[in-house]
Design a protein around this ligand. Structure first.
Ligand SMILES: [Zn+2]
Ligand SMILES: [Zn+2]
Length: 389
């Protein structure tokens, strides 16, 4: 089959690779009908995630048709149309039993690698480094899906691929970011980052009852989509001082909750950015936490900072004093996607939201290398690339 493979930093190539096979009794093989490039794939592309190997198949946002099931699979049958969540979860361990699906204790065969860096290992993730399991991803014609009775959600007829594809990651991820804000009527939520996850977080904050959502980015087209499609008020951080603007918009108190949908490769004008960029380049700090620092400083006293942007390692100048003295709550995590897929599918079915509004580019799988480049460089107002194998 054809697959989009990570070959080296900034190099993705379409390769001929062996078709996936059933390896375990609970596996299914899915023929992929739609798959997407995620903002977090760009961290792989840029070489910020350790333990990628040349030839690794990329992709953790995919859906398709079940082609084959292992002998222990009971809920899925050949021909079912499914969306597959990005974390791989067994459904039986302590974490899965406690609704902490992205922390499954049984799906990362390379847990020791993650334990070295993080103390404990989270779940394995499709197409996201050997440290997170070394699983082949879904930017391919076929994928092997372990624990097929646990993760994949069946899609009813009448919904298009584009309406439901993002249940695999970014819609539940954005929704969890908003869910963690514990939104009450009248709340003002600020969202750093108007990439795909940021857009989903904005829309989700409204679904959960936020009165106002203020979105922060530097690309005019992403801010425009946040305004026109997701309904946010917007701030361009290259034009205004974000802290000052947020204080002015919230009566001097600050947003009730702040969502960091940026993660480890944030930008900001001026010296702090250079400081972090240099330290990161010298491997003295792995992640650039500019958006996170700003989110903490801007959040109102007693508010919540919800971090769904991806971080890899260690950060510098973390404003712990602000967090502690002002009674802030910090909540974060890789999305427990399984927790949210069914309720969010219901919301899509009821017409409360159509996440496909963020799609700007539809490309054949063969054009994945161009897709990565375009998304990275924000060419042609690229916000979300969907690949069709
Ligand atoms: Zn993703
Ligand atoms: Zn588990």
């Amino acid at each position: 089959m054809k697959a989009a493979c990570w070959m080296a930093k900034k190099t993705v190539q379409i390769q001929d690779v062996p078709d996936p096979k059933i390896l375990n009794r609970q596996d299914a093989i899915v023929r992929i009908t739609s798959t997407a490039i995620c903002g977090s794939d760009l961290h792989l592309y840029n070489g910020f995630v350790p333990s990628m190997e040349s030839g690794d198949i990329l992709g953790h946002e995919f859906m398709g048709e079940v082609m084959e099931v292992g002998p222990a699979v009971q809920k899925l049958k050949v021909g079912d149309r499914v969306v597959v969540p990005f974390p791989i979860s067994c459904g039986r361990c302590w974490s899965c039993q406690h609704d902490l699906w992205s922390l499954c204790e049984n799906t990362n065969p390379n847990a020791w690698m993650a334990e070295q860096l993080w103390g404990h290992s989270p779940a394995g993730i499709f197409g996201y480094s050997h440290m997170l399991g070394g699983y082949a991803g879904g930017q391919a014609q076929y994928a092997r899906v372990p624990f097929a009775d646990v993760g994949p959600i069946k899609i009813p007829d009448g919904l298009t691929d584009e309406q439901v594809l993002f249940l695999s990651d970014i819609f539940p991820t954005g929704y969890m970011g908003a869910d963690y804000c514990d939104i009450k009527p009248g709340d003002v939520i600020a969202v750093w980052g108007c990439g795909p996850v940021g857009q989903m977080a904005i829309a989700s904050a409204y679904l959960l009852g936020a009165e106002r959502v203020i979105a922060i980015d530097r690309f005019p087209y992403r801010l425009r989509i946040a305004r026109e499609r997701a309904g946010a008020e917007t701030l361009n951080y290259e034009e205004v001082d974000v802290y000052d603007a947020l204080m002015e918009m919230t009566g001097g108190r600050g947003p009730d909750a702040c969502i960091d949908a940026v993660g480890m490769e944030s930008h900001t004008p001026g010296l702090p950015y250079l400081y972090d960029r240099v330290k990161q380049a010298m491997s003295m700090e792995t992640d650039r936490p500019l958006a996170l620092r700003e989110a903490i400083m801007a959040c109102r006293n007693g508010g919540t900072v919800s971090v769904i942007g991806v971080y890899g390692g260690f950060i510098d100048k973390f404003p712990m004093g602000s967090l502690m003295n002002r009674s802030l709550t910090l909540r974060t995590g890789q999305c427990h996607a399984h927790r949210y897929m069914k309720p969010l599918l219901d919301r899509i079915q009821k017409g409360e939201i159509d996440p496909s509004f963020i799609i700007t580019h539809r490309l054949p799988l063969a054009d994945a290398p161009e897709g990565y480049d375009m998304f990275l460089n924000k060419e042609d107002e690229c916000l979300k690339v969907v690949l069709k194998p």
